[in-house]
Design a protein around this ligand. Structure first.
Ligand SMILES: Nc1ncnc2c1ncn2[C@@H]1O[C@H](COP(=O)(O)OP(=O)(O)OP(=O)(O)O)[C@@H](O)[C@H]1O
Ligand SMILES: [Mg+2]
Length: 465
């Protein structure tokens, strides 16, 4: 199963053995609260749970606080301390260079006594600070950390603090001599924290993904949210005829992997086209796969009630109504409770979970227009479109017309555009339909109703068989 929200600890457990035997210098840099301690603790947990000893040296947190915080993230390192695999020590911060020698020899002594295979130093920034005025002291310190990997005979993880607003470390050579260099950052998007792990380098490994979004979740710890990035564009090319005659000009055939954009003026309250589109999804899968209706706006009952009302109005066979409602999975999500990468990963996980024929996103108009970071949004969206196409999942995006630019973006990434327009006196509507490479068409509301009836009749044949 493809997975778009990966628990870091379980992923690390798979590879940690291979990784731990090697001498490596890993630097985790990041802003305050960006997750440096959590990341180092996750690596530590993966190591100790596989039977490798880990020494965690902290200059910051007292042990009770460290255990309390990591425990809340399901990183139970205390248990391994009792078993002798993990050791947490808090060393006092020193105030001048004179004491540096003494401090470094106490670190060496701890390593020699405990014989860890992984060492974490959280963090080296205060030590760098006190040596900042002396080049000699600084290079002595850097050399010390560099040489530590030989004593540990495994990875040494150094945490370094980045002041807010800075993305570069002021630690000279350590950045260059490290084998792995990670920078943890967070940005505020729509008032929520979006966390990113920037992979500046991994020696001996071809890097393609430079930035991985992640979240820190209670009981799950670090969850990586890599968006599905496909280097090639491919799609499932399976077609069936559209069962409704009124759409035969603009949409004679339905393609499994098509992307539909349905737009309506913000004041419109028309329900029928919103039901018509999922029915197209049901036709294409003949009730073998569900239609997933993700709503950012309404509770599940409201969506179900609308479907029931419209379908019942047109169906003569109650089994079709039952089947259609059973095939509809409604997932209400408050999009403002998640950062964009979290929302994207959550949506893609739902696709993995339900294996639907079609996914409807309702309504993306408000969500997009409240997103300042359009570049990031487009990046996630375009990759999601490619991912759906490759999987052969029909995507439908509903949007109230709020911003003309967003309307054009949505239309341009879609294969089929449906637009509700003002009819006579604006109390009725017309539906404009145009599929890529086809001809445009304007349907009136009664033609839309007939279309729904024809689809339901066709679905009736599936139920009979
Ligand atoms: N139980 C928890 N559930 C969810 N999130 C948590 C939990 N505990 C901590 N966090 C999140 O993890 C973040 C802190 O992570 P961490 O302590 O690893 O950061 P840090 O980079 O080491 O910070 P500092 O610079 O203060 O050392 C906090 O911002 C908090 O939002
Ligand atoms: Mg910390």
């Amino acid at each position: 199963m493809e997975n778009y929200a990966i628990s870091l600890v379980s992923e690390l457990k798979k590879y940690i053995g291979e990784f731990l035997g090697k001498e490596k210098l890993i630097v985790i840099a990041g802003h305050p609260g960006s997750g440096k301690t959590t990341l180092a603790s996750s690596i530590s947990l993966a190591a100790v749970s596989q039977g490798y000893k880990c020494l965690y040296i902290s200059f910051q947190e007292p042990r009770e606080k460290f255990y309390e915080e990591t425990y809340g993230l399901s990183l139970n390192l205390e248990k391994y301390e009792k078993e002798g695999y993990f050791k947490f020590i808090k060393l006092p911060l020193i105030s001048d260079e004179e004491m540096l020698d003494q401090l470094l020899s106490s670190i060496t002594k701890e390593i020699v006594e405990f014989t860890p295979r992984v060492l974490v130093v959280d963090s080296i920034s205060p030590l760098l600070k006190i040596t900042s005025s002396s080049i000699k002291a600084r290079s002595y310190l850097q050399n010390f950390f560099y040489e530590l990997q030989k004593i540990v005979k495994g990875p040494v993880i150094l945490i370094a603090e980045l002041p807010f607003g800075k993305e570069q470390l002021e630690m000279g050579d350590i950045e260059f001599v490290s084998d792995v260099f990670l920078v943890l950052k967070h940005r505020v998007m729509r008032g929520l924290i979006a966390r990113y792990m920037e992979i500046r380098k991994i020696r001996g490994y071809q890097l393609t993904l430079a930035e991985i979004p992640f979240s820190i979740q209670p009981q799950r710890g670090i969850v990586l949210l890599p968006p599905p990035i496909l280097s090639e564009i491919s799609e499932v090319r399976e077609f069936i005829e559209t069962p409704c005659r009124s759409l035969s000009i603009s949409l004679p055939k339905l393609k499994k992997s098509m992307t539909i954009y349905y737009e309506y003026p913000a004041h419109y309250r028309v329900g029928e086209p919103g039901v018509l589109i999922p029915l197209l999804g049901m036709i294409i899968s003949e009730f073998k796969k569900p239609v997933l209706f993700v709503t950012y706006k309404y509770p599940e009952e409201s969506i179900r009630a609308l479907f029931e009302e419209v379908i019942k109005q047109h169906a003569s066979n109650s089994r079709v109504v039952d089947n259609a409602l059973r095939n509809l999975v409604v997932k209400p999500i408050n999009p403002y409770a998640y950062s964009l990468p979290e929302l994207n990963a959550f949506e893609n996980e739902l696709v993995e979970q339900y294996d639907p024929a079609q996914v409807v996103f309702h309504d993306v108009g408000v969500l997009m227009s409240s997103t300042k970071d359009i570049e990031n949004y487009m990046h996630l969206l375009q990759n999601q479109v490619f991912y759906f196409k490759k999987k052969g999942v029909m995507m439908a995006r509903y949007a109230s017309r709020i911003n003309p630019l967003l309307s054009r973006i949505n239309a341009s990434i879609s294969d089929v555009v449906l637009k509700a327009k003002c009819g006579k006196d604006c109390v009725d509507y017309k539906l404009y339909a145009w599929a890529r490479f086809g001809k445009p068409q304007l349907l009136n509301s009664s033609e839309v109703s007939v279309c729904i009836r024809e689809i339901i009749e066709e679905l009736g044949k599936v139920v009979k068989d």
